[in-house]
Ligand binder design. Structure first.
Ligand code: GLN
Length: 198
């Protein structure tokens, strides 16, 4: 199974590192061009700066082909800025200048919603179906999920707050599993992609 990491901006080496520990080298593919996107059967959208990633996606001619693959249900794990790009609706953020989104996850999200003082924090996250106890949630200038519509279901919580939601094989988190040193979420995502492929 060929697995891509969108490699335009953000935590690209971190996702490649996490996936490198879980996949044979030939199965892992940084995606910078439409021809690379065509070859992958799953993709990771990294954290970073959503406005920059959106701009670079357009510049690389990747916006439309990625939109189409997402509509078709390309299995996707999107973290932080990645989740922002998947949301149905962005509530205007204090940071201003919100990017366009693919709208494939039925969520209302606000960028940078934890405010300046709390730009970054860590805390335990409960993930549905994940064995081995709480997941170390790393939140960096994180977006907040304000609303989960009927087209998405929550699967991760920090206390009572929803910090991860999915629709079928399209998953998004407001935290950064690629920065936690914990591979369980990457592994769980790949396992369900493989199960569905069989
Ligand atoms: N604040 C960033 C944005 O709006 C997301 C932060 C991140 O991905 N760590 O895109």
């Amino acid at each position: 199974m060929k697995v891509g990491v969108l490699a335009l901006q953000g935590n690209i080496p971190e996702h490649l590192g996490a996936l490198g520990a879980l996949l044979p080298p030939g199965d892992l593919l940084p995606v910078r061009y439409p021809s690379e996107l065509e070859r992958v059967e799953a993709i990771f959208l990294p954290g970073g700066e959503s406005t920059t990633i959106a701009r670079l996606l357009r510049g690389a001619g990747l916006w439309k082909p990625l939109a189409r693959r997402l509509q078709e249900g390309l299995p996707t794990l999107a973290t932080c800025a990645g989740l922002i790009l998947l949301a149905r609706t962005l509530a205007p953020s204090p940071a201003g200048r919100d990017p366009p989104t693919f709208g494939v996850l039925d969520l209302v999200v606000r960028r940078n919603d934890y405010g300046a003082q709390r730009e970054s924090f860590e805390g335990p996250v409960r993930i549905e179906g994940l064995k081995g106890g709480a997941f170390p949630g790393v939140f960096i200038r994180a977006p907040r999920i304000l609303e989960v519509g009927p087209g998405a279901e929550p699967f991760a919580w920090r206390d009572a707050e929803i910090v991860g939601a999915r629709h079928g094989t399209i998953w998004g988190t407001t935290f950064h599993p690629e920065l936690s040193g914990d591979l369980r979420l990457h592994r769980m995502f790949l396992d369900q992609v493989r199960r569905r492929a069989r």
